[in-house]
Design a protein around this ligand. Structure first.
Ligand code: HEC
Ligand code: HEC
Length: 483
């Protein structure tokens, strides 16, 4: 849950309008101003391209300019190291089955996600072993920070300062109001400990280089039994001489050296190659003032941002950084427990004792004892999400329609999403042991409801949100250059 702002709903929306001048943002926090009207006047210093058609503005805002520059950026040839990384990325001989390359699971034709609709992919020695989680897209990690647990950094500096002010106000409130103190100070304590950044659903890989070893050595993926086996394969690869040329003739003398350079090359390929972050969706054209959203897409966009309706943008941030240099990634790089239903399609789940707790394990070990993170998974980017065939960390959902209905009905109609336990009651949050269920976000809209309440979005509104999400697919107006 969004702990840093849970003491007041308006604070959460103030965070969304981080474009507000600092003084205004602070006074909004301190005065507890909750009126949505506060927001409309807010972005005085940073004209929000996202909220008004750029055509209506004579001069382009910095954000629109940056979006346009991204669309028109010349293709830069890959560095030699990235070229090597590309060869490694497509090399199936690095897997013990001989059948899997990085590209098999992260297919460039499918926004670097799998082509099939299996909840989890098959790998291992004879390609019969299920993976543990749905395969994420490799797109738009270009601004992802390394993993850390610390103060909430959200998208820009003013948001950070506003968050600190909020924490301070919260501390004050805790001292002034003894009744609420327990909850408030507990929140203030955890407020300083927001996990963010990193790679994989649980953030266990610090950065891209660190991540690359995972799949190559995982027994259910590319299944090299150890680093020496992988070293032998690199040495025999057609690009071995290239590695020696780039990293020195001694590169194959130790697994650490050779593997380190191979991982570095893989990371460099993902960073440099435009296909991993083309920023050419309809939404990017819209930001640059080169496309209009249709009426339906615009309705969906408004619902996406509305803190009382979809409230999606609280976590899937839709706006660029103030200077426009960090484009919207549709994630805040943070972690939440949303309690996706247990997925029977994952064979491991047939064992009642097995449970995927995200940050608390089974794959991540370092924070396993931090029980308030159990059930936490990384908020993924929503770019290209309409092309994904399986959704959420366990691949339990297969369409956006399902996801959206889950979001708005999880609390209002839990019986639709969770099975009945032996005692006949709905086993709400059935993929989390009872002791961790308090970690589930029930504070942020659209989860802030109870059984029988109307869902935060109607069926028609859900269609609108989906229409908006489709504007996040790469490759809009392919072939037609923005002027
Ligand atoms: C058998 C399928 C499979 C193969 C092959 C594979 N991956 Fe993955 N990849 C996954 C899965 C599953 C995850 C999520 C793991 C998790 O969260 O625990 C993932 C996660 C990632 C991530 C993190 C993305 C994020 O959203 O944080 C990166 C980066 C990545 N893989 C790169 C690679 C590279 C590079 C290779 C080749 C060396 C590769 N993958 C091979 C299935 C695969
Ligand atoms: C409180 C933060 C938060 C809010 C609010 C939120 N999301 Fe998410 N979203 C997440 C997290 C975290 C996940 C991953 C959860 C998991 O896999 O267990 C996720 C996953 C998704 C996915 C699946 C993506 C994929 O690649 O599998 C979609 C689609 C999505 N969200 C859309 C939305 C929409 C639309 C809204 C608004 C109705 C919304 N989200 C509101 C945090 C949030």
């Amino acid at each position: 849950m969004k702990i840093r702002f849970r003491f007041s709903r308006c604070a959460a929306s103030a965070r969304r309008f981080g474009g507000a001048p600092l003084a205004l943002a602070l006074s909004a926090f301190l005065l507890g101003a909750c009126n949505p009207a506060d927001k409309s006047g807010a972005p005085a210093t940073a004209p929000a391209v996202a909220t008004a058609p750029a055509a209506a503005k004579p001069a382009l805002s910095p954000a629109a300019q940056a979006a346009l520059q991204r669309l028109n950026a010349p293709v830069v040839p890959l560095s030699a190291v990235a070229e090597l990384g590309k060869k490694i990325f497509f090399d199936a001989s690095l897997s013990t089955s001989g059948k899997l390359s990085c590209a098999s699971c992260h297919s460039p034709e499918n926004a670097h996600a799998p082509a099939n609709d299996l909840a989890v992919q098959l790998g291992g020695l004879s390609m019969q072993q299920q993976g543990g989680r749905a395969v994420p897209s490799l797109r738009y990690h270009d601004h992802a920070p390394a993993f850390s647990i610390g103060a909430d950094t959200t998208v820009d500096e003013d948001d950070k300062i506003a968050a600190a002010a909020a924490a301070q106000a919260q501390d004050k409130a805790a001292h002034a109001a003894p009744v609420a103190k327990a909850t408030l100070s507990a929140d203030a304590a955890t407020q300083k400990l927001v996990p963010q950044g990193g790679f994989d659903w649980d953030g266990r890989a610090l950065n891209l280089t660190d991540q690359a070893g995972g799949p190559l050595l995982a027994p259910n993926e590319m299944a090299n039994k150890d680093v020496s086996q992988l070293l032998a394969k690199l040495k025999a690869a057609p690009y071995a001489s290239e590695m020696q040329l780039l990293f020195g003739p001694g590169v194959f003398t130790s697994p650490n050296l050779a593997l380190g350079e191979a991982y570095f090359a893989l990371a460099q390929y993902q960073k440099e190659d435009r296909s991993f972050h083309p920023y050419d969706s309809k939404y990017d054209y819209y930001l640059a003032g080169k496309a209009q959203l249709s009426e339906q897409e615009m309705r969906g966009f408004d619902l996406f941002k509305d803190p009382k309706k979809g409230n999606c943008a609280t976590c899937h941030i839709e706006k660029p950084s103030r200077d426009g240099l960090r484009p919207p990634a549709f994630t805040d790089y943070e972690y939440e427990a949303l309690a996706a239903p247990r997925n029977k399609a994952i064979a491991a789940n047939r064992d009642a004792k097995y449970v995927d707790l995200g940050m608390c394990g089974p794959w991540r070990k370092d924070v396993a004892k931090k029980v308030n993170f159990c059930g936490y998974f990384k908020t993924p980017s929503l770019r290209n999400v309409a092309t994904r065939k399986v959704l959420f960390h366990n691949g339990v959902f297969h369409s956006l329609d399902e996801v959206l209905h889950f979001y708005v009905e999880r609390e209002t109609r839990p019986e639709k999403w969770y099975p009945h336990a032996k005692d006949g009651k709905v086993d709400k949050y059935d993929d989390l042991p009872a002791i961790y269920r308090a970690n589930v976000d029930t504070v942020d809209a659209p989860f802030d409801r109870k059984p029988g309440d109307a869902p935060a979005l109607t069926d028609d509104e859900i269609k609108d949100v989906i229409a908006f999400l489709q504007t996040l697919n790469d490759g809009y107006q392919a072939g037609e250059k923005a002027k």
